[in-house]
Design a protein around this ligand. Sequence first.
Ligand code: SF4
Length: 407
Amino acid sequence: MTTGAQPAPPRGLYLHVPFCRSLCPYCDFVVVAGAAAFGPRSRMGGYLTAIEREIDLRAKLMDAQFGSLGSANRMPLETLYLGGGTPSLLPTDRLASLIERIRDRFGLTPDAEVTLEANPGVDERGDLAGVAQAGVTRLSVGVQVMDTTALRALGRRHTPDDVVATIAAARAAGFASLSMDLLADLPDLPFDAWAASLDAAIALAPDHLSVYALTLSLGPDEAGDDRLATPAGAVAWRERAAAAQDEERGALELEHLNSRLPAAGYNWYEISNWATAGHESRHNTLYWERASVAAVGPGAHAFDGVTRRWNSANLDAWEGALQQGELPPGGESQIESDAARAAEGLVLALRMSRGVERDAAVREGFSEVLAWGEANGLLAPHPSDASRIQLTLRGRLLSNELFSRIV
Ligand code: SF4
């Protein structure tokens, strides 16, 4: 049974930039690298023309569905997120015109959060002063680890010194918020070296830290779309790396984060994210709240509150359609029942430190799983609001076990 949930106009927009200098062997993002990303055979020019067309076409659809920008039902975007790939490879003048185009077609609130992902390598980080001038307010830096040997083992191009230089350049450019992405459970990296890397990252005083365990997909086509097959060399690398990961060491690292980051002034607000006050990612919070987020670019995923839609991850297919003035191919799916929607909402809400209102979750039929979670130490009352329930540290470690009982 459904209650007829209605599509909503987007509050955020995700724009995918699929170019990287080189391909990291663990990466599952939609990326083209090497000659396709840089130099005389770069596909950047064709991509930029196509993405402008997609912005225009998607905005036209919004106008038809929800009314034109400025009408009662069509508020300007609160967030824009340029992710990749390596969006810091975009030429600064084209970045500025892309943001202007989005402001013109979708609107951006005066205090909109505009995030750009940047890599720290000297030939990857771009002109950060120009990026800030183009309207980016938040820089998300792909640090991964502050350890030269571990970076090299991951196939990354940058060094810890490059990270220091990138953060200094970002501070000088005046971004309102700086975030770093770090990895945990790295193959062969002893706990002490990983903890020292965390300290080196904290010493640079980012406003926000995302820390994800390295996940290595070993089988083909796990993403379920038409992205390029993982190169054989990367598959072999992943098999070796997976054997050198250590679940217990990974758990120890999460426990360490739980004490080290609050001591340094960071609050955990989502299962893998910590921020100083006021620096939580507004864009990612839209996803965790199941809000409507539009998306453009190859492989980009959108949600309108009812339907999930995704673009072809194949750059040729995506670009070819847009060259013809058509929307790119892709797919869509809907969660049909209220029960499935409620379950997805509960899982996403439990990822966040504010957790869920216990009575509301009980009314939706989740009393049994909540009781199981509490009995097994995965859930506990929220320390500052007893009417809410949140994941414990153990719950964050074993969240998949809990979530698989909900959905
Ligand atoms: S830089 Fe990031 S997006 Fe690019 S290949 Fe490496 S992990 Fe993937």
